[in-house]
Design a protein. Structure first.
Length: 706
């Protein structure tokens, strides 16, 4: 056993191994006893992780999941708050990973929050995405219309449910784990009773399918006018059959008294479910669809029957092709239940759809999205609701459009159930692809709506959301969101500069070595800050960044909103020690973004000479002057100072930064080779050398000859 300390200093202290980023270390273990040699290798990684793909995805009332990726293993932290101060602190999640997710909870519905993400790599390199100091945003989602309750937190076909609900445009929440186990009944404001419909998926191979406390919650929900769909392949067998591990006499009796069915048989296998002619849910599918049984053992479902019950009007819903016999029923209570003050459907008759097989198995294979499966789910929910919810379809802008005018016509189509009208319309827009939303109006008239975009910043990913509420009792709502992003791109409306992708600033080599070749690279993007092309970029070296537009130019193709940036570093002009390189970019609208910092170690012997300490800060005349070649610049400081020494042309434009950074007291001398920031020879003419220091700004004239 043993270890060797690594160092990025050159030369390293005794006992330390001097390394640079990317170096490969080989270690060999030689065992003399067994004449064996074991060899392993590791690569030195000093660079910070690069952060990309930052998104905030609502998890309904559970919270919002902030996710991102890094190019190397790193930890996960989110800083957040209701204001740009991020006053709510930070939340960490998970171990070192490439894909990151942090769940933020305790959110106020409709509130927009600010957040940054941060990742620190295994070697301590860190990156933080704060969108150039503006911070990213998300809007906390309010409660959905539909509740999907998963009886198992790891239910294997959860994506089959969510894909169908997403395709149908339902606003839904998901309960699983401890939340589903407790299944709080609640009231009009929260809990099972507050939802317009509850879709209850029993856990696969879960016995009993409903726990005793869950059965009590279902009883309470149905007693108060609730609308419920239950589904699972062993609901009947697991509760009623004495050979089931979940059987008790009380549970068996509950199936008949609460679900109001008789359990008959647990078929060996069926692979098709047929609808009943004329049924509002299944009548379109009197033959089919196909059915995918659960697991390798082919667990299909249960056969059940209805019986005379004066409290409900019941009917067969689906039948299997085994006996065949009924495997799903629906019923509506004869009398209303509950109170409108305590439940969404309070004062209305309860409704139940009981699928004694897996809804997710309808239309094989279950993992593949299906228009037929979606239609069956839509019909099931519509029956539970008792009427169609308002249907809304955005027609413009719906994705891909480029909007260049101040007035934008928002258009959509809408329908409500016969006999009902529109109670309210709300229009919202998002500038970040749907992460955060801004309310445009809550009392819009019918389509079209003329949107005056004055004061709204440009966006590369604009989305529109229209919500329509009918005037029924109780009221139902429907909404639609633009299918994809469009560009809001008006002249003069881009006010934000680009950002440097967090962690993307890199030097090769790292550490830098004075007088050795070196390059600087980074990535700039304007995708979330206006969507314009990147037009320029620059770097500077010092304790703080150079004034925007005064740094050393970087190169790129400059042909899109996200570009790779590069520059050759003249390491002869950088003092040894720990230095900070600043990179910033400019977009095609002329906006400079915030500068991002990159900390780097510089090794080697300084090429700037130092003599005795002067009494005052000074800048001596350049020599020789005039000059057609290189010339020597001498300057000095009486006390420690952060300085910038640069060449400017007669029009005041910066031609070249000669030296910048912190300096100790002393006299210094450095050479200017007569070239500009791009490496080309400066044209003949009049120039100025200017020294800016903590306590003085000094200037000298120089003449450049052919």
């Amino acid at each position: 056993n043993g270890s060797i300390a690594l160092s990025n200093l050159l030369p390293a202290a005794d006992g330390n191994l001097s390394v640079s980023n990317g170096d490969r270390i080989t270690a060999s273990y030689v065992d003399a006893t067994y004449s064996a040699t074991l060899t392993t290798q590791a690569t030195v990684s000093i660079d910070p992780p690069i952060i990309t793909n930052v998104r905030a995805t609502s998890q309904g009332v559970t919270g919002t999941l902030v996710s991102w990726t890094t190019d190397r293993s790193a930890n996960s932290r989110v800083y957040w708050g209701a204001t740009p101060a991020l006053e709510l602190g930070s939340v960490s999640a998970g171990d070192f990973a490439f894909a990151h997710g942090v769940l933020l909870t305790g959110l106020a519905p409709g509130q927009t929050y600010f957040y940054d993400v941060e990742s620190v790599g295994l070697t301590g390199g860190s990156a933080r995405d704060d969108l150039g100091g503006a911070h990213r945003l998300f809007t906390a989602k309010g409660q959905g219309d539909i509740l999907l309750l998963l009886g198992a937190a790891d239910f294997p076909r959860a994506s089959t449910w969510t894909a169908a609900l997403n395709a149908l445009g339902y606003d839904y929440d998901v309960w699983s784990g401890a939340t589903a186990d407790a299944a709080s009944v609640g009231d009009l404001a929260a809990g099972l009773r507050s939802y317009k419909a509850v879709l209850w998926q029993v856990g696969n191979n879960t016995y009993p399918g409903f726990s005793d406390s869950q059965r009590a919650s279902i009883d309470s929900l149905l007693a108060g006018g609730g609308r419920l769909m239950v589904t699972g392949h062993d609901i009947g067998w697991g509760l009623v059959d004495p050979t089931s591990p979940g059987y008790t006499a009380e549970r068996a009796a509950w199936v008949q008294s609460s679900l109001r069915v008789r359990y008959k048989l647990d078929p060996t296998l069926f692979d098709r479910t047929d609808g009943f002619a004329g049924d509002p849910v299944s009548g379109t599918y009197t033959t089919g669809p196909s059915y995918e049984a659960w697991g390798a053992n082919g667990q299909s479902g249960d056969e059940i029957g209805t019986f005379f019950d004066p409290a409900v009007n019941s009917a067969g819903l689906w039948k299997d092709n085994y006996t065949p016999d009924t495997c799903a029923i629906r019923w509506e209570a004869v009398a209303p239940g509950g109170s409108a003050a305590s439940a969404f459907w309070g004062g209305q008759p309860s409704r139940l759809l009981a699928y004694f097989f897996e809804f997710t198995g309808m239309v094989s294979p279950a993992a593949t999205p299906s228009a037929t499966r979606n239609d069956i789910l839509d019909r099931s929910i519509q029956w539970l609701l008792g009427r169609n919810r308002p249907a809304v379809t955005i027609t413009s802008p719906n994705g891909g459009e480029v909007l260049t005018t101040t007035t934008v016509d928002l258009t959509w189509s809408e329908t409500v159930s016969p006999g009902l009208g529109v109670g309210a319309r709300t229009i919202e827009y998002s500038l970040d692809g749907g992460d955060s939303w801004i309310t445009l109006t809550t009392n819009a008239g019918g389509s079209p709506y003329a949107w005056n975009t004055a004061g709204v910043p440009n966006s590369a990913d604009l989305r529109i959301r229209v919500r329509v509420v009918d005037d029924g009792t109780p009221a139902l709502s429907g909404a639609d969101v633009s299918d994809a992003g469009c560009r809001l791109q008006r002249a003069g409306a881009d006010t934000q500069g680009p950002v440097i992708v967090p962690g993307s600033i890199r030097s090769t080599p790292n550490p830098l070595v004075i007088a050795s070749p070196a390059t600087l690279s980074a990535r700039g993007t304007d995708v979330r800050t206006g969507g314009a092309n990147i037009a320029a970029a620059e770097y500077s070296i010092g304790v703080s960044p150079a004034v925007a537009g005064s740094g050393t130019a970087m190169t790129s193709t400059f042909d899109s909103a996200t570009v790779n940036l590069g520059a050759a570093l003249n390491t002869s002009l950088i003092a040894s020690g720990d230095r900070t390189i600043w990179v910033r970019a400019q977009d095609a609208s002329g906006n400079w973004g915030a500068a991002s910092a990159f900390a780097v170690r510089v090794n080697g012997t300084d090429l700037v000479s130092v003599d005795e300490t002067p009494k005052v800060t000074f800048l001596a005349p350049a020599a020789p002057n005039p000059s057609a070649g290189a010339l020597r610049l001498r300057f000095g400081f009486a006390r420690p100072s952060v300085a910038d020494l640069a060449i400017f042309d007669a029009a005041g434009r910066r031609v070249r930064t000669v030296a910048s950074g912190p300096y100790g007291p002393g006299r210094y001398s450095i050479s200017w080779d007569g070239r500009d920031a791009s490496g080309g020879p400066a044209a003949p003419g009049l120039y100025f050398v200017r020294l800016r220091a903590d306590d003085a700004t000094l200037e000298r004239r120089i003449v450049r000859l052919n």
